[in-house]
Design a protein around this ligand. Structure first.
Ligand code: ADP
Ligand code: MG
Length: 368
């Protein structure tokens, strides 16, 4: 055995340990990590997540099934369900992340936009916990979070480079956003009336599908003919979008045909889903194409519940293949409302010291 070599290695290891404890050679990755608790309660999902810097350790959601019976979210019932769910969901997120609440560095919560009563539950809980742990509280804009979910650590893809065109597609919003940096965002286009998710849900409702109907329309459309029924693309100038006329055209077509044939929906369900989905997607794709050209942007980044839709993902992937668009599609778990996206915004605000205030109130109509 070569004694000198062994001694040499041991001496080297020993020196590294000494230097490490003297803080002289701490590499960047060894810096003390931040643990962020993200809390989301803007609508009908109570969600909590724990992040270590930009990495998600847990991402828990309690869905509120109670609204299905009403075909849409009932605000008062949502607030009550948030109250019942918030403590168990936070406990679950901490336990999966294997973190004690005393190890948290900050709490990030959704300040708006959303339902006032629902937002109040998340905000009151977050403020109380931050106060009791004596750690920073961070306010998060839910729509910014839908776009910034792309900055969550992901082994398969790097985050988008600024500037980019952000597109939020959800149950309450349809926006085109010029994103200059993490927190410099400007709305450049939006829906005049219904959001794309709302249009999916309302068209699904007339066909007897449960709320939220979007995922079911998507699933049924897979075996339907998208050209079976034709709907007009609304002519709205510039970067504005409109979905209410299209929704009405769909409802009128269904009602008219049902009068002649009561089995019309059942006999044409998949074709109806495929045809309306194709048109809903065509409307937003036209405006995304226009915005990208007008603002000369290379990358298109989508977020929100409807970002899970297979037709919109396919349409964007085609643009990436055929026209070299730089397209960013969120992983499915970060499309509909979730707290991991709130946590990642919290992390970026924490490192840039954009801390919140105990006095700040929630806002149902928070803009960028
Ligand atoms: P909000 O923030 O407005 O509450 P979310 O971001 O949670 O909304 O998105 C919910 C919306 O996304 C609902 O309208 C739902 O129908 C829609 N949605 C979810 N998955 C799909 C899908 N695969 N296809 C179409 N719409 C979908
Ligand atoms: Mg949302």
């Amino acid at each position: 055995m070569n004694r000198t070599k062994i001694t040499g290695i041991n001496l080297y290891d020993f020196l590294i340990v000494i230097l490490y404890f003297c803080d002289l050679c701490i590499p960047h990755t060894m810096e003390k990590p931040s643990y962020i608790l993200g809390i989301e309660s803007s609508c009908d999902d109570t969600a909590a997540a724990v992040l270590r810097n930009n990495e998600v350790l847990s991402n828990c959601i309690a869905n509120q099934k109670i609204h299905q019976a009403y075909g849409g979210v009932v605000p008062e019932l949502a607030s009550r369900a948030h109250q019942a769910n918030i403590v168990p969901v936070v406990q679950q997120a901490l336990s999966i992340a294997n973190i004690d609440k005393k190890d948290l560095s900050a709490i990030a919560y959704t300040r708006g936009p959303g339902l006032l009563g629902s937002l109040l539950v998340g905000s009151a809980f977050s403020k109380s916990l931050a106060l009791s742990l004596n750690i920073p509280l961070i306010e998060v804009n839910h729509m910014q979070a839908h776009l910034l979910c792309h900055f969550i650590k992901n082994e398969k893809e790097s985050p988008p480079a600024f500037p980019f065109l952000g597109v939020t597609l959800s149950g309450g919003h349809t926006q085109l956003v010029m994103v200059e940096s993490h927190f410099q965002m400007k709305e450049i286009g939006k829906t005049r009336d219904d959001a794309i998710g709302e249009a999916f849900d309302k068209c699904g409702k007339i066909m007897g599908l449960n709320y939220p109907a979007g995922p079911e329309v998507d699933r049924l459309a897979k075996t339907g003919n998208p050209d079976a029924f034709q709907f007009p693309i609304p002519k709205v100038p510039g970067l504005e979008v409109s979905y209410s006329g299209l929704k009405t055209a769909f409802i009128n077509l269904v009602n008219k045909n049902c009068q002649k044939n009561p089995k019309f929906i059942a006999e044409n369900l998949n074709d109806l889903c495929a045809s309306i989905q194709k048109t809903l997607v065509a409307v937003i794709m036209e405006k995304i194409t226009l915005a990208k050209k007008e603002y000369n942007l290379e990358s298109v980044v989508i977020g929100g519940g409807v970002a899970a839709n297979s037709a919109i993902r396919e349409a964007l992937n085609l643009k990436a293949e055929n026209e070299a668009w730089n397209v960013f599609l969120p992983p499915f778990q970060y499309t509909t409302d979730n707290a991991a996206m709130i946590g990642i915004v919290g992390y970026h605000k924490l490192i840039s010291q954009q801390l919140g205030s105990m006095k700040q109130s929630v806002s149902a109509r928070l803009s960028f």
